[in-house]
Design a protein around this ligand. Structure first.
Ligand code: MN
Length: 197
């Protein structure tokens, strides 16, 4: 997993690698989700850093070792960075290597997507659904509440869908399942595959 380090003692908000995501996520949602929600998490994390003992540490280390407000903000910065980085308005299909890994673990790409959507749809309240690699190299789908990230369980996270209402309510209102189904259209599988190493 790519290490995210502070610059001059402060974490820098990631820039979106695109300006639009077709009809899947509107410009308005991107504007609020990235420009307001993520910005608030980055600002709050940076405010909490001085004197915390976490100065100069990587984001992953902070997520793995902190608790309370520090953990919530650091976790949300890590989660949203991985979420926004993994999308593209241009179709980036899974390579033969990644497809066969998913087929080996879930039977088929469709079976994987169905289970991932189902775990996202049934997560009660706010949180994230993740695809990760476990210590034995097996792919696992896990549900995480609030700001949690699978790195705290020793997993290597590959893909995540945000199921906090702020991620979809402007575009899909209460239809979380429709939002989850639509997201497959914009997943950049080359980014997902890069997280394997
Ligand atoms: Mn979010």
């Amino acid at each position: 997993m790519k290490e995210i380090m502070p610059v001059n003692g402060q974490f820098v908000m990631m820039e979106l690698p695109y300006s639009a995501l077709g009809n899947v996520i509107s410009a308005q949602t991107l504007c609020f989700h990235h420009g307001k929600h993520l910005k608030a998490y980055v600002d709050n994390l940076n405010k909490a850093l001085p004197g915390s003992g976490f100065e100069g540490k990587s984001l992953k280390e902070i997520v793995c070792k902190s608790e309370g407000g520090m953990f919530n903000n650091a976790g949300q910065v890590l989660n949203h960075t991985m979420y926004f980085e993994q999308f593209s308005p241009i179709l980036k299909p899974a390579s033969a290597k990644l497809t066969s890994l998913i087929e080996k673990n879930f039977g088929s790409m469709d079976a994987f997507k169905k289970e991932f959507e189902q775990k996202g749809a049934t997560l009660f309240g706010s949180g994230w659904v993740w695809l990760s690699v476990d210590r034995d190299g097996k792919l696992v789908i896990t549900q995480h509440k609030n700001a949690e990230n699978p790195v705290t369980m020793g997993l290597r996270p590959l893909l995540t869908f945000d199921v906090w209402e702020h991620a979809y309510y402007l575009d899909y209102q209460n239809r979380r399942a429709d939002y989850l189904t639509a997201l497959w259209q914009i997943v950049d599988w080359s980014v997902v595959e890069s997280r394997l190493d």
